[in-house]
Ligand binder design. Structure first.
Ligand code: NAI
Length: 366
């Protein structure tokens, strides 16, 4: 099969109509959101790696976050959500959200606007990355649309504020079904729900009731409920006792970072936000303003998110060429890490560009 020069596949435009290069075997059109902070750096790195692996993609670049504000737009422009609705798939870098003031999170807005209710975050030990535990292979499923993370807050009286934790039967039920369906398809053995239903009897009570109900339809997958504080203690004692975690929104956010710490940090944990019609792939980490613009960010988490995206395209659209590209990228980063080609967050010496060069060289010389 012949493909045009990879560089032709990387045509960016939010303002101009994208053209499909000639002689191309139907490329997939995908939205790219470069985001803020280290976002543009890790996005560039990821696109280079996908290009080296021969993934036939035409990128449509759209902004969100502070980058959109700098363009004179709102934080989540309608054109960005419209483009994702059109192409169904986006690769997204992190967007900054101000702490304690300012606009509400772009990520929360985007997940709600597109109803991307299932966040999937695989947490795995990597070769060449030394951590306290070995052989970690966890998948976190986080409910993405409600719970305390919605940021629905109001002032009750002066000096008293309130945050609303919302749980609906519909959302608790669909995320539970989704998690068990994923478990069965991926041959996972156990789903553990972390909850606090001893205190939040109504909201977390509803969550565990719906997950227990879903579990009944999957006799081949074990189910357990663990109160979240004890769950966190067990997690840092021996993470290998868990297989899949199912959590409401805020718990999923917090526990994802905890688990990232077990396998080498935020630089190595990818993610996907999936709904019934659209999917947005993004790393678990944020925009890391402390290291932005220094060419030291680890692009691996976004690269791994892109690998998830390629496999998703292969699974849902039968694009086997995407799976082949994904395999090449995985082989390249596993062998690079094993050989000590690592960024500084993993104890290596390479910067973002040098690490990306190393991956591209491994892919093209394989
Ligand atoms: P963060 O994940 O950006 O950074 C936490 C720490 O991890 C920092 O020391 C940072 O340098 C390091 N780090 C993160 N990613 C890294 C990478 N790829 N390579 C090397 N080191 C890395 O979390 P923080 O500081 O809490 O949030 C910063 C901003 O990002 C905030 O505005 C927050 O709202 C936003 N955020 C956005 C997310 C998204 O768009 N999905 C997710 C999480 C946070």
């Amino acid at each position: 099969m012949e493909f045009p020069q990879p560089s032709l596949l990387l045509s960016f435009s939010s303002k101009h109509k994208n053209k499909t290069p000639k002689n191309m075997t139907t490329p997939r059109h995908i939205v790219a959101i470069p985001g803020d902070g280290i976002g543009p750096e890790v996005m560039r790195a990821t696109q280079r790696v996908l290009e080296a692996a021969g993934a036939p993609i035409v990128w449509h670049e759209h902004h969100a976050g502070v980058a959109a504000l700098a363009d004179g737009d709102v934080v989540l422009p309608d054109s960005t959500t419209a483009a994702i609705r059109e192409h169904k798939i986006a690769l997204k870098s992190p967007c900054t959200t101000p702490v304690g003031k300012g606009f509400s999170s772009v990520n929360v807005q985007l997940r709600k606007a597109l109803d991307l209710y299932a966040a999937v975050r695989p947490v795995r030990s990597l070769p060449g990355v030394k951590t306290r535990f070995e052989n970690i292979d966890l998948v976190i499923i986080r409910e993405n649309t409600e719970g305390l993370y919605s940021g629905v807050e109001n002032v009750v009286t002066e000096g008293t504020v309130m945050s609303m934790k919302v749980a609906t039967e519909k959302a608790c039920s669909r995320i539970s079904e989704w998690a068990f369906d994923y478990a069965r398809k991926r041959d996972r053995k156990k789903v553990t729900v972390f909850h606090k239903a001893n205190i939040m009897k109504l909201t977390d009570g509803l969550f565990i009731r719906e997950s227990a109900k879903a579990a009944k339809g999957y006799a081949d997958v074990a189910y357990e409920e663990v109160i979240i504080d004890a769950g966190c203690m067990k997690m840092v004692q021996d993470p290998t006792q868990f297989d899949m975690l199912l959590l409401e929104n805020l718990y999923g956010d917090v526990v994802s970072d905890l688990c990232a710490g077990l396998v080498g940090g935020l630089g190595v944990v990818p993610g996907a936000n999936i709904g019934n019609s659209d999917a947005v792939f993004e790393a678990v980490h944020g925009s890391a303003p402390d290291i932005a613009g220094k060419d030291i960010a680890n692009p691996l988490a976004l690269i791994m998110s892109a690998v998830m995206m390629l496999n998703y395209l292969a699974d849902t659209e039968g694009l086997e060429i995407m799976r082949e590209a994904a395999e090449k990228i995985k082989t390249a980063y596993n062998s690079a890490l094993e050989a000590g080609e690592k960024t500084r967050d993993l104890g290596g010496e390479l910067g973002t560009t040098a690490f990306t060069d190393a991956l591209c060289n491994r892919i093209t010389s394989a």
